[in-house]
Design a protein around this ligand. Structure first.
Ligand SMILES: [Zn+2]
Length: 215
């Protein structure tokens, strides 16, 4: 399990709520008004903190399942950036994979948030950010798979986007629309290392069903 600052905070809050419950029981006849008030506050804080922690763990688990599915690497994991590291992260990268720890796809916090929003949505009208979040996860899975050339990883990833969207619960039509939207709207605006003439011209690119194979 991925343990972060928030995980520790939630554990501490559980301990505090339990302690407060015991105090309330003990002092029921003398100070139940005050003790109940304090307990209600702690429970409210615990519920809020738990919601954020559960969201982090859940979207990270879904992203991990996708990275495993796309890369074919059983030990692969996705690592969603937590709140505190993001505060000091001045980079502009949306995700990355270290070549010496190739089975971990690091995803920017905003990417995981957008992926979460898409997963929880009807998937009928995804935002640009949600389309990119699905694709970025697939792109990083290409690095996990061993493709470290950005142009090739990007081209291969676009051909897996529809399959990935279906894997995450989109209908075939929604999945195809998502993949085509990235290729037509986002890809042409990408910076040079990600764009290859062959892929842009469609020669190394094929959106037909049955994708899931390298071209
Ligand atoms: Zn990359």
């Amino acid at each position: 399990m991925d343990v972060g600052v928030l995980t520790v905070v939630v554990a501490l809050l559980v301990a505090l709520v339990l302690r407060r419950s015991l105090i309330l029981r003990r002092d029921w006849h003398t100070a139940r008004g005050f003790a109940t008030g304090v307990l209600v506050v702690w429970v409210a804080v615990l519920v809020t903190a738990s919601a954020f922690e559960v969201k982090h763990q859940w979207v990270q688990a879904r992203a991990t399942a996708l990275v495993v599915h796309v890369s074919g690497s059983r030990g692969a994991v996705a690592d969603c950036q937590r709140f505190t590291p993001e505060l000091v992260d001045l980079s502009t990268t949306s995700g990355f994979v270290f070549s010496d720890s190739q089975n971990v796809a690091h995803l920017r916090r905003t990417v995981c948030n957008d992926l979460f929003a898409w997963l929880r949505s009807s998937k009928r009208t995804p935002t640009d950010a949600q389309v990119r979040a699905v694709h970025i996860t697939v792109h990083e899975a290409m690095h996990v798979r061993g493709e470290f050339d950005e142009g090739r990883a990007e081209c291969f990833a676009m051909q897996q986007d529809a399959d990935a969207a279906r894997f995450l619960g989109a209908t075939p039509a929604q999945a195809a629309a998502l993949a085509q939207r990235y290729y037509r709207d986002v890809y042409p605006r990408m910076a040079e290392p990600y764009v290859s003439a062959e892929c842009a011209a469609g020669r190394a690119y094929d959106l037909t069903p049955g994708d899931g194979q390298f071209p």
